[in-house]
Design a protein around this ligand. Structure first.
Ligand SMILES: *Cc1c(COP(=O)(O)O)cnc(C)c1O
Length: 408
């Protein structure tokens, strides 16, 4: 990392977004009129707050001593032998709370305080973003209300307990399918009703501008560290290839960020094919999606003939999302990032392989990125970095339910 550059470069072009909040034809601010004041306040102030040296110092301090950064860059020797390439893992699983999501939650909670807000709301599906947000709010003394579909509350009991232990209120969304999209609607309604005291922490590079750009900047610490760590380990700051899983796309943008303009670095995003691309039970947005407005931005998402959002499916809750962030849509359309998709089956197998060969149990989301390694073109000397976005503790029940505890 060049020390004068930090995490939060103040030029919006650094991450490809223009002044209007667009990445090519994707992005923008498609929100109800009642939300304009909130979005406008954020758009006008986020770059100057992120660019303030005092803010940067405080953010970096939390990342170092609270989150536990820099996360190690680990050479996976046995996996490298198995697959015939030089494979490194960026260990985001070793962050406090077990995944990359805390980088963004801390960043936005600090920003909320700078904006003079006393209360934070969030929506969560599997509960991972809810836990990260509840954690950041506990530490920074912010009231925290997390909207969660009633059905998800029942399915994700351990994370609901964590949020409550951390002092957050978990508010059930009881309308519609009682899942993530309903929780999102409720959170939007809440924000409209409380524009003055409340900040809405979105958990991935999705939503109206400036959320995708802001979240990308907070997560870009991953690639800033990677540049420095690679220089120390292999004598150059760039790998040949980077692979990351994509739900909304925040861990992927985080590890791609400082390499986007380095055209010789091959970037691969991995989506969930679920039970297969043609099964109707999938979350492979770039393969199956079309252009349209989802969650406040123009992007790609899976939709029926009438443009209605289709339900996504993946064995991993974090990838179970019918869209992708607008920057990823742009990176897909321009060909800068190649997108692949991995089935539930393939991901489960890759999770076993990493556990048995390296002694690291990955999150199911991350296992999709790992599974792509075996399928992609690669060569012996090639340096491939995989973003190990999270740890697998939360997925142990799923792993056991698929008989993966038995020795094979
Ligand atoms: C939430 C989550 C993801 C997916 O979210 P992105 O915004 O696409 O990064 C991936 N991995 C883990 C471990 C997660 O918790």
């Amino acid at each position: 990392m060049k020390s004068d550059e930090g995490t939060n470069t103040s030029s919006p072009e650094a991450c490809g977004v223009d002044e209007r909040g667009y990445y090519g034809e994707f992005g923008g601010q498609f929100v109800p009129e009642l939300l304009f004041p909130n979005i406008e306040e954020l758009s006008e102030r986020y770059l100057s707050i992120l660019g303030d040296p005092g803010f940067e110092r405080e953010f970096q301090g939390f990342l170092a001593d609270y989150v536990g950064r820099p996360t190690p860059l680990y050479f996976a020797e046995r996996l490298s032998e198995d697959l015939g390439a030089q494979i490194y893992l960026k260990r985001e699983d070793l962050n406090h709370t077990g995944a990359h999501k805390i980088n963004n939650a801390i960043g936005q909670a600090l920003l909320a305080k700078r904006l003079g807000k006393t209360r934070v709301i969030a929506e969560t599906g599997a509960g991972q973003h809810g836990v990260a947000t509840a954690t950041a709010c506990a530490r920074l003394g912010l009231q925290c209300d997390v909207y969660m579909g009633e059905l998800d509350i029942a399915r994700q009991a351990p994370n609901v307990k964590r949020m409550k232990m951390l002092g957050a209120n978990v508010i059930p969304a009881t309308s519609g399918s009682r899942t993530l999209k309903d929780a999102t609607n409720e959170a939007m309604r809440d924000w409209i009703a409380h524009p003055v005291d409340t900040h809405y922490i979105i958990g991935s590079v999705v939503g109206p501008h400036p959320f995708p750009d802001m979240v990308a900047r907070f997560q870009s610490v991953i690639s800033a560290e990677l540049q420095q760590q690679l220089t120390e380990k292999i004598g150059r700051s760039s790998p040949d290839t980077i692979v990351a899983c994509v739900g909304g796309g925040s861990n992927a943008i985080g590890i791609f960020y400082h390499y986007l303009s380095e055209k010789q670095v091959r970037l691969v995003g991995v989506e969930a094919a679920g039970e297969g691309l043609t099964s109707g039970k999938s979350a492979a947005t770039t393969a199956l999606g079309r252009k349209g407005v989802l969650h406040g931005s123009m992007t790609l998402f899976m939709q029926d003939e009438d443009g209605q959002v289709e339900e996504a499916h993946s064995v991993s809750a974090g990838l179970d999302y019918p869209g992708i962030g607008p920057q990823h849509a742009h990176l897909f359309e321009t060909g800068r990032v190649r997108f692949a998709s991995i089935s539930d089956e393939e991901a489960l197998r890759a999770a076993v392989q990493l556990s048995r060969r390296e002694g690291i149990i990955p999150a199911l989301e991350t296992a999709h990125a790992l599974a792509e390694l075996a399928k992609m073109e690669r060569s012996q000397g090639e340096v491939i970095v995989v973003n190990l976005s999270g740890r697998g503790d939360k997925d142990m029940e799923t792993y056991m339910a698929h008989g993966l505890g038995e020795s094979e």
